[in-house]
Design a protein around this ligand. Sequence first.
Ligand SMILES: [Zn+2]
Length: 268
Amino acid sequence: MSLPLYDAHNHLRDERLVSQLDDILEHCRSVGVARMVVNGTSEKDWPAVAALARVHNLIIPSFGYHPWYVRERSNEWKQRMEAFLDEFPTAIGEIGLDRWMENYDLPDQERVFTTQFQLACQRNLPITIHCLKAWGRLHELLKELPELKRGFLLHSYGGPVEMVKPFVELGAYFSISGYFANERKARQREAFKQIPDERLLIETDAPDMWPPDTLNQFPLIDPDTGKPMNHPANLKSIYQWVADLLERPVETLARQMKENFERLFGSG
Ligand SMILES: [Zn+2]
């Protein structure tokens, strides 16, 4: 029997996956994927995330406004998000701060971030956070905001190793993706070794963040562009890679991941 695996972050509703979705989900089930958090990133994709979650019970839907898209938001974005959260009181994300993107407007990103954070506090929901080149500011902001009892996930943590502890103290979980198996990501692998066992999670971020070839057991191609994509069933090889990185049996790691995932996202 395969170990139950938990994908803390992906984008299964991505347009590029739609035509192959049934096969993709079958492969996920065949390797033991028990549950996955499927993130919405703007008003445009929330309806599709909800539609998937109504049909597939391994999906935990998450609704958020990603910093890349906040500029496109409508005046009713908050009410729209609340309507989805009324139906699915599961999670908020992907939200965040990004100073890597072109022409970023950090004060505007912070306004939308704060509104969503407060919603999570009111509804006692976990949050998934994307952060690029804004770790110091994110930490300041989280310190000013009320405590989020459920905790929050820093997905694909790419921040400095010294900030692991301060974020842990604020309630952070950290998810690692197979992308960090790339040669040049040695510094980040060291940061992941500093994360307390009970705060670590594993993600694919599929269809993005594809891992090196050795972990890419389910090659997937975007039919429109011919470009390779990351398959969420690669989660199994990513688990094995993380177990090797942390020098422990994959069974021990898998038990810990299940506990952590259920503590943060609920046991459904
Ligand atoms: Zn993402």
